[in-house]
Design a protein around this ligand. Structure first.
Ligand code: MRU
Length: 349
């Protein structure tokens, strides 16, 4: 199994996603600031993976703090969490994981626990383990939507690499394969950082899941030709009404799917859903360096001084989303009602 993030000997070990697919190597972070850099430069990326990395970064920060007096420890730990929270703005999982770490500390202090740091390390590891377990659940539930012989399009990388392991959208496809369904995946290249070509293609090849790589601008033509039965992607943040932020290009796919009557699914853990935001308009969208557009690796592909706009994500209105697959069940429209039902543990599917 591909493992993206591991806590090992008081350090955080990350698969270097910038080196893939040519080189499979791992980096070891001994200080939380190294994990922050890894999140910023996309060494570790994908919403759930960012959440797990953030939790482990916080635990790593805690290991270097003097534990007494407890109030000073708390203040310093909160400061570290604030620093980690500045790394990337869109993925909800980052903030969700840091909230869990802070709550863990507050509860440990309130109950007079002596060994606070091991408590925080255990919590960070738990967040990672739960992520894998949730993805497997999501896979089981989501695979009911996948039929034998389906041709499925995916965008960006919502696989093992975007999580602690197994993946969300790719987890659903893995589960379908494990059940013996014959599927074929079209992989969007995903400009400008090529998470599809570099990472999703790498994962699918490794698992011998039949796949074909296309450039982003080919997807509409394939839909028109009847080559796509379903689309499945991940999400970075989902608002209460079901509007979803995901990798730039997702919105265009969803609109095209709507026009061609192709089901468009999102697979994401509940930790990606942010019910404090009414609609997708409130989701902060990260803008990244123009260099990602004017250069590939170190090769310049645009004229010197060219002006660039580089939003890393877009918002897909809930109207275009056929269903949202979570670890607890499949959400359908109207999404807020479906989310509330699921929270009350009443979902049937
Ligand atoms: O910029 P990235 O590579 O972090 O963007 C990742 C995505 O948009 C993924 O589709 C999303 O995080 C879901 S991952 C399970």
């Amino acid at each position: 199994m591909i493992r993206t993030i591991i806590w090992k000997n008081n350090a955080v070990v990350l698969i270097d996603q910038n080196a893939l697919p040519l080189t499979e190597r791992y980096i070891t972070c001994h200080h939380y600031s190294e994990v922050i850099s890894a999140i910023k430069d996309l060494t570790v990326r994908g919403a759930p993976a960012i959440g797990v990395a953030a939790a482990m970064a916080a635990a790593l920060g805690a290991t270097a703090l003097p534990v007494k007096p407890a109030e000073l420890f708390r203040q310093s730990f909160y400061k570290i969490c604030d620093e980690i929270a500045q790394s990337r703005p869109t993925a909800r999982n980052l903030f969700w994981a840091l909230e869990r770490m802070k709550k863990c500390l507050d509860e440990a202090i309130a109950s007079g626990k002596e060994k606070i740091v091991p408590e925080l390390v255990a919590q960070a590891k738990r967040i990672g383990a739960e992520d894998i377990a949730n993805n497997r659940q999501m896979g089981k539930k989501g695979s009911t939507l996948i039929a034998d012989g389906d041709n499925i399009l995916t965008h960006c990388n919502a696989g093992a690499l975007a999580t602690a392991g197994y993946g969300t959208a790719l987890g659903v496809l893995r589960a379908a394969r494990e059940q013996g369904k014959k599927i074929h995946v079209y992989v969007d290249e995903t400009r400008p950082v090529l998470q599809g070509a570099r990472l999703t293609a790498w994962e699918l090849k490794k698992e011998k899941i039949p796949a074909t790589l296309i450039t982003d601008n080919m997807a509409g033509f394939l839909m028109q030709q009847g080559k796509i039965d379903k689309i499945i992607v991940g999400a970075d943040r989902i608002a209460a009404n079901g509007d979803a932020a995901n990798k730039i290009g997702t919105y265009s796919l969803a609109v095209l799917a709507y026009v061609h009557n192709i089901p468009f699914y999102i697979a994401a853990p509940l930790s990606t859903i942010d019910t404090s935001l009414k609609t997708g308009l409130e989701i902060p969208i990260e803008e990244r360096s123009g260099k990602e557009v004017t250069n590939f690796r170190n090769v310049q592909t645009a004229p010197d001084g060219m002006k660039v706009y580089n939003p890393a994500f877009d918002i897909t209105p809930a109207k275009f989303v056929s269903a949202i697959i979570t670890e607890k069940g499949i959400l359908t429209k109207p999404y807020l009602r479906s989310i509330r039902t699921l929270e009350k543990g009443q979902t049937a599917r």
